[in-house]
Design a protein around this ligand. Structure first.
Ligand code: ADE
Length: 232
């Protein structure tokens, strides 16, 4: 079983449409769609926006459906001069940029219970995801740190801080939470996001213009990746 989570309807609807033998079940207000995509058993859910919603969904998915791999799909704000709208960012690792116990002497982003800042994705899974992205779109694919927090970032100053503190290539609002759930449950995960905006002063305008189109593309990319996960 492969688990796939997106925050918004546009991030998962194409995947649900692709499913055959589809069934659904709603638990704690989240609907889990099970069925086959590209011949592989999958469970797809729209978790809602933010870290708590993502954690509720991911942990439930893990306990009920026992996925061996969990993929978080959707859109993100691109960080840095090289990361443009329409590019794809695959997670080398996830950080939670709003986790801050630095007043107690810990580094910014430290997840105290885990004693780590970055939760890494398995390199083989990252490579498969990056290869699928490049093959499908021939577009720019970045493998990097994705920074998660409970804010839609839309100013250059916050963006600069996140970039400097975590060397991040993208920001979004769920991946780091899903990574933490996967880490404590020993499940492989990767986050694959298409860039909908540059998290700057134009972010809300760009997000409104590009999020749906980019979200659909990232969902289609998952369909291209799935056959490679058949025996992993
Ligand atoms: N998802 C897409 N764009 C984003 C942004 N600028 N900040 C946080 N999450 C996002």
């Amino acid at each position: 079983m492969i688990g796939i989570i997106g925050a918004m309807a546009v991030e998962v609807e194409r995947l649900v449409e692709m499913m055959t033998d589809r069934k659904e079940e709603t638990i704690s207000s989240v609907t889990y769609h099970t069925g086959k995509i590209e011949g592989l058993e999958c469970v797809v859910a729209q978790c809602g926006v933010g870290k708590v919603a993502a954690a509720v969904c991911a942990q439930t998915m893990v306990l009920i459906y026992r996925p061996r791999v969990l993929i978080n799909v959707g859109v993100a704000g691109g960080i840095g001069r090289d990361v443009h709208i329409g590019d794809v960012v695959v997670s080398r690792g996830l950080v939670q940029h709003d986790m801050d116990t630095s007043a107690l002497g810990e580094p910014k982003g430290m997840i105290s219970g885990l004693n780590r800042v970055v939760i890494p994705s398995p390199p083989e899974l990252v490579e498969k995801a990056a290869r699928a992205a490049a093959a499908v779109y021939g577009r720019r694919v970045h493998v990097g740190i994705i920074a998660t927090g409970d804010q839609f970032i839309s100013d250059a100053e916050t963006l600069k801080r996140i970039a400097a503190e975590f060397d991040a290539s993208a920001c979004e609002m769920e991946g780091g939470s899903i990574a933490q759930v996967c880490f404590v449950n020993g499940i492989d995960f990767v986050v694959i996001r298409a860039v909908s905006d540059n998290a700057d002063e134009e972010a809300s305008v760009d997000f409104t213009a590009f999020a749906a189109e980019e979200a659909h593309k990232s969902a289609e990319l998952i369909a291209a990746l799935l056959p490679q996960l058949a025996d992993s």
